[in-house]
Design a protein around this ligand. Sequence first.
Ligand SMILES: *[C@@H]1O[C@H](CO)[C@@H](O)[C@H](O)[C@H]1NC(C)=O
Ligand SMILES: *[C@@H]1O[C@H](CO)[C@@H](O)[C@H](O)[C@H]1NC(C)=O
Ligand SMILES: *[C@@H]1O[C@H](CO)[C@@H](O)[C@H](O)[C@H]1NC(C)=O
Ligand SMILES: *[C@@H]1O[C@H](CO)[C@@H](O)[C@H](O)[C@H]1NC(C)=O
Ligand SMILES: *[C@@H]1O[C@H](CO)[C@@H](O)[C@H](O)[C@H]1NC(C)=O
Length: 464
Amino acid sequence: MKTSCFPKYRLGRVLGLLQIVLGALVIIVSVSSLYRFYSAGFFMHNGDICKQFYGVKDIYEGFDVMALSARVDQVLEKMLSLQETLESTVEQLEKNKDLAKTNISMLDYKNFIQQQVIQPLYTAHITLRQIRVPRIENGTTKEDPLINDFVTEEIRKYITPKETRVGKKNIYGIEKIYNTIGHGCVSMKKELEEYMDYDIGSFCKDDWNIAQNLMIKGCDPLPRRRCLTRASKLFQKPYPINESLWKIPDGRNVRWSHYSCRNFDCLSSKNPKRGYSKCTGCFEIEKEKLKWVINTTILTDFLIEDVLRVKPGEIRVGLDFGIGTGTFAARMREHNVTIVSTALNLGAPFNEMIALRGLIPLYVTLNQRLPFFDNTMDLIHTTGFMDGWIDLQLMDFILFDWDRVLRPGGLLWVDRFFCSRKDLDDYMYMFLQFRYKKHKWAISSKSKDEVFLSALLEKPPRSL
Ligand SMILES: *[C@@H]1O[C@H](CO)[C@@H](O)[C@H](O)[C@H]1NC(C)=O
Ligand SMILES: *[C@@H]1O[C@H](CO)[C@@H](O)[C@H](O)[C@H]1NC(C)=O
Ligand SMILES: *[C@@H]1O[C@H](CO)[C@@H](O)[C@H](O)[C@H]1NC(C)=O
Ligand SMILES: *[C@@H]1O[C@H](CO)[C@@H](O)[C@H](O)[C@H]1NC(C)=O
Ligand SMILES: *[C@@H]1O[C@H](CO)[C@@H](O)[C@H](O)[C@H]1NC(C)=O
């Protein structure tokens, strides 16, 4: 009996009390945020006040006003919604008062308090705590970039610079390590927060597709996570290297949940619903085997043999920038050349396929500077990815990055770049602006309006 009566009467009272507490909190938050503005000296510089609040200048002496006010808003919003929840609950309780002698079980009571009250209060509390007002010292304030843009604790922990434990400089000779994220993350807060929502040490959700989506849209680098990534239930050891290069891998080694296909057979080009459009002949080893080794009638198809003959024995490491299953790298491996293949899992498990063949997939988007040092690569081969859709300025940044990475005497192999005929001049200029030595150059017709361009270009020495 006791347990049944107790919650009935108490709940209403507790809720009422909570509302009062909440009201007080809202007032405190408002006052304290005002106080912070005061203490930051806003109202002292009377001429500047309007500027501050009308966005003429969002950074006041290094103080990110917009971010701060956004977070205060967030807290207020949370408190308001909590208050509304509680009020509507009380209203309902009052309606039911005599209607039913229903007794709320202790468990319901506990759950309600836990989920509807404590949880939101806790997040509001954390948000408040996370508002940092930088110390204003002589007009120069150092606030770490982007931190105030995020509320989720794990994101903030990730991007907070980590000092060395002993207060000395670390192996890089600096005091702090910055974990970086792409600035595009700021515009995809919701998705990022979903991605970063996990229990530390537990299993991650099977959400590589969310991660890739974030990366493609500019949240790249993506924060690291502290959860355990899932693997296929039936992971088999890969085939030995003498077999793996030219064999479709075991489908059990791939998590298929976010593709339209559920196995490698389904990915064949005959299947219109295979889920990816670029990369013809990929996932069909018989077709893949013909690439770059069989003479074709198309002028723009160069053979690996012919390309390597330009620099016998000199081509040892390189990058294949494109979309594919690693066939170029596999062929080059047979010539004792190590190729890293860029790959995104756009509709099919390209990364897994390449790795299961015993080759190196590099999971990068077009957004980022290549993770190679200047003048290091003997070869950059590109096919099927950067085509006539690409913005010229973006392409310029990419090409200059390739130029940086290529060593003097290194080869840039543009393989079947396609664009519409009218754009050809623009793109040709892009490739020729570097004044590389032309070893091969061919243009062939793809369709009435479209052309292929292939080129083998050599970076000249640059001893300045
Ligand atoms: C509700 O309370 C009555 C006594 O007041 C009790 O007999 C009954 O088992 C309770 N019901 C539930 C679902 O707890
Ligand atoms: C402000 O600058 C002066 C001179 O540049 C310096 O002596 C003083 O320590 C600074 N104050 C703080 C709080 O850094
Ligand atoms: C691959 O190598 C293994 C061991 O070295 C050998 O047993 C196997 O027959 C080889 N497979 C082929 C296709 O050569
Ligand atoms: C391709 O054609 C060229 C010239 O027609 C010939 O010299 C070469 O041997 C052929 N290569 C292959 C792999 O068939
Ligand atoms: C690759 O290296 C191996 C071992 O050094 C050698 O036997 C083989 O002939 C080389 N292959 C080519 C195509 O150079």
